[in-house]
Ligand binder design. Structure first.
Ligand code: ATP
Ligand code: MG
Length: 491
């Protein structure tokens, strides 16, 4: 299927009726490939698919839907300028009136009915562009249900959802299962799998390693199956915070929702930014990095005033941002691994106007190794990498050049498997040890608690609490993050 790559090798996989079946594996193990075959995006070179014991064959997503398989991809295939109802009927015959025109009243009535399953009935006339990611997923699900899906497949559905949206999604998934639909669920979040799935199948290097019942398995056991070896669990990072203030932010405000933020980041410190989706964490990153405009307040970086009104200026001052959205902000899909990695730091490899290719090659090789980017060929186009490996290339890009002073990581391990996650954590620790200051935006509680020296909790654009590592617990962070009133001004 992919020349020279055996993405899947003789994989057997089965889902029972009315079962939630999780599919896990390292980055590049073949999960998305398997799903795309089930969904009619790719055609398998060998093997067969049976539904209700009958052999089915199809060569397009439409045909897969017809056979009863519906996929909720991460990149959602909806048309954003059309309404919810129109998207629902896309690829289907809409109801017609007496003269053969689309009967809009009937279309909206039917639409409402179909959307009730997922609780979106009131949005039937809304353009899809107005919907949140969570709502688009729900729409995608009800589209599947309306096509009579017997199997609904999810590829990392919760990556961009808040906790309450996750809970709502799980409720919908469980009710579908209880009505006899089969669910295939791909995720790197093992907690979710234990919460939701009846069984788990583990893929490694394109081969099926095994299937276990969730109730009879432990997290460690599944991790070991994924990695093919034991993984020692990570402990608390040893702090290396210096005394020198590296970044001082005072009264920062903006039009993008940040309000009067003040905090200090010391050399060698890992400072966490916690908060629910929409609390303004990414917006802070965008301000510091010169993407959005600061309307009030000051930023002092390493003793010098910084007015980051452009990204170039922020980079020159020593700021690095590893963005959350790797497809839009971080990666040029039509360039290869090496070109992506050295894109921002190319001048650091130059001497007298010439690029020192040997040095450049060595840095790239080292980063490919230390982040275990796979396949590790510098010349491979990044569009052919699995999602998690693309994320690693974005990380590598910021680590290639002259050392930035402050790193902002926005959800650095989202979509990254457990093994590589530990490597990213190691890397963040190394950066801090070498004297950088780290601002870590993360929704992963373990990550925040294990890595951070202090954690700022944000609600609606302001800091409501600063927790030291001694005080911080997952419960406290959540309690502050969910607090609606009582907005404090300072940390
Ligand atoms: N279009 C493509 N062309 C060539 N190789 C590809 C292509 N898509 C995927 N691959 C390769 O196939 C293998 C499996 O990739 P896949 O995307 O299925 O992994 P995954 O398990 O979904 O990983 P992740 O957790 O990172 O999303 C990887 O080695 C990947 O590099
Ligand atoms: Mg994938």
């Amino acid at each position: 299927m992919f020349p020279g790559v055996k993405a899947l090798d003789n994989v057997d996989f089965s889902v029972a009726k009315g079962e939630i079946h999780a599919l896990v594996g390292e980055n590049g193990a073949g999960k998305s490939t398997l799903i795309k075959i089930l969904g009619g995006v790719y055609y398998p070179d060998d093997g067969e698919i049976l539904i209700d014991g009958e052999r089915v064959e199809y060569a397009s997503p439409q045909a897969a839907m017809g056979a009863g398989i519906s996929i909720v991809h991460q990149e959602l295939n909806l048309v954003s300028y059309m309404s919810v109802a129109e998207n629902l009927f896309m690829g289907k015959r809409p109801p017609r009136n007496g003269v053969g025109l689309v009967d809009w009243k009937e279309l909206h009535r039917k639409g409402r009915e179909m959307l009730t399953v997922v609780g979106l009935q009131d949005l039937v006339r809304e353009p899809v562009g107005q919907l949140s990611v969570a709502q688009r997923q729900l729409l995608q699900i009800s589209r599947g249900v309306s096509f009579g899906a017997k199997i609904i497949v999810f590829d990392e559905p919760t990556a961009c959802l808040s906790r309450s949206e996750v809970e709502n999604l799980f409720k919908v998934i469980r009710s579908l299962r209880d009505q006899g639909t089969s669910i295939v669920y791909v995720s790197h979040r093992l907690e979710e799998i234990f919460e939701l799935a009846d069984r788990v199948s583990v893929l490694r290097d394109g081969k099926m390693v095994g299937v276990v019942k969730t109730q009879e398995a432990t997290t460690q056991q599944i991790i070991n199956m994924m990695l093919g070896k034991e993984m020692v669990s990570e402990g608390h990072r040893v702090s290396c915070t210096g005394t020198e203030v590296l970044l001082k932010v005072d009264g920062l405000s903006s039009n993008n929702g940040v309000e009067n933020m003040s905090f200090e980041l010391r050399r060698g410190e890992v400072l966490g930014l916690a908060g629910v989706v929409g609390s303004g964490r990414t917006e802070v990153a965008r301000l510091l990095f010169g993407i959005d405009r600061v309307t009030k307040g000051t930023i002092v970086l390493d003793g010098a005033d910084l007015h980051p009104n452009s990204i170039r200026k922020a980079i020159r001052a020593g700021m690095a941002l590893v963005p959350e959205d790797r497809h839009h902000d971080g990666l040029v899909l039509n360039m290869n691994i090496k070109e992506n990695i050295t894109m921002v730091s190319l001048k650091d490899f130059a001497r007298g106007g010439l690029i020192r290719h040997a040095r450049e090659g060595e840095v790239v090789r080292n980063l490919i190794g230390s982040l275990s980017i796979r396949p590790g060929e510098a010349g491979r186009l990044t569009k052919y990498l699995s999602g998690g490996n693309q994320q690693k290339v974005v990380l590598a890009k910021w680590l290639a050049g002259k050392q930035p002073k402050v790193f902002i990581f926005d959800e650095p391990t989202q979509g990254i498997d457990v093994g590589a996650k530990a490597e990213v954590h190691q890397l963040i620790d190394n950066l801090a040890r070498n004297g950088a200051g780290i601002l870590l935006i993360s929704s992963d509680m373990h990550e925040l608690l294990n890595l951070c020296d202090r954690i700022l909790v944000m609600v609606r654009g302001s800091i409501v609490k600063c927790l030291s590592r001694e005080e911080a617990t997952a419960g406290k962070i959540l309690a502050y993050a969910m607090r609606k009133e009582n907005k404090a001004q300072h940390a």
